[in-house]
Design a protein around this ligand. Structure first.
Ligand code: FAD
Length: 230
């Protein structure tokens, strides 16, 4: 199916949102992702397709990609995406993913590394709109004070006293001690971790080490970013 670019927005320096209108109504759950194809020439060896979380909330009916545009060594795909004009299109297929919140009565700890915030943006925006007061702690690690979606998150937290948002700015890191400090009862919540592969892998190990059961850990790996916070 074709998605037409209708607007874009700068979320932070080098972090850009692209908002598309689908040719036909698209149904998805907050936290899911899509497969995208963007034909462009010349195409580097990283190819013309990617996976991106749908960063918008389902009630918005529009598909938003939020991504980091790397100036040096950035891919031809991202250069083409950055160069896409309003009215031009990208192709999608295969909505997928189980990084979703099925049970709004559960307690959650959401852990995001940089651009790994996208599924949580969708989940929290959808819950805010529906008036669902998720019992959640969001630990949002960022490389600096330029935090994507910050104004929206502040609004979500104002509307929901059970939503606790903590920004962890580099060089501070999310580690065992910080998790234990910010999440006093580790036995209850389900932990969702999203971000660059090395960060998600490492935090998965940390959570297991501090005794979190495997079925209380959900991971969403973003390949292609090398650092701990993309
Ligand atoms: C389920 C899922 C959901 C995802 N959701 C998102 C999302 O919401 N937002 C998002 O931004 N990404 C998301 N991703 C990751 C996305 O698909 C890309 O892998 C990622 O954005 C990197 O894009 P890119 O390869 O175009 O590299 P760029 O962003 O252009 O570059 C990233 C960095 O990688 C280095 N690099 C990586 N591979 C190479 C290579 N082969 N040669 C040279 N340098 C290299 C570059 O030095 C550069 O600094 C998701 C992935 C999955 C699987």
């Amino acid at each position: 199916m074709k998605l037409t670019l209708i607007r874009r927005k700068t979320e932070a320096p080098n972090v850009e949102s692209f908002v598309f209108s689908p040719a036909e109504p698209l149904v998805w759950k907050a936290g899911q992702f899509l497969h995208y194809v963007l034909h462009h020439e010349p195409t580097d060896n990283r190819g013309s397709d990617r996976w991106f979380t749908v960063a918008s909330a389902p009630f918005e009916k529009e598909v938003m990609i939020t991504t980091r545009l790397t100036k040096e060594k950035g891919s031809s795909f991202k250069t083409a995406l950055d160069g896409l004009k309003i009215g031009e299109y990208i192709e999608i297929s295969d909505i997928d993913g189980d990084f979703i919140v099925d049970d709004p009565t559960q307690e959650y700890v959401f852990i995001a590394g940089g651009i790994g915030i996208t599924p949580f943006h969708s989940i929290l925006k959808e819950a805010d709109r529906a008036g669902i007061k998720l019992h959640a702690t969001l630990l949002y690690a960022n490389r600096d004070q330029n935090i994507s979606y910050k104004d929206e998150f502040e609004k979500f937290a104002q509307n929901n006293a059970s939503l606790d948002i903590r920004y962890i700015i580099s060089p501070e890191r999310i580690d065992e001690n910080l998790i234990k400090k910010l999440v006093p009862d580790l036995s209850k919540p389900i932990f969702y971790v999203s971000g660059p592969e090395p960060m998600v892998e490492s935090l998965g190990n940390t959570l297991e080490k501090i005794g979190i059961a495997k079925d209380h850990i959900k991971q969403d790996y973003f390949p292609g970013y090398a650092g701990m916070v993309s």
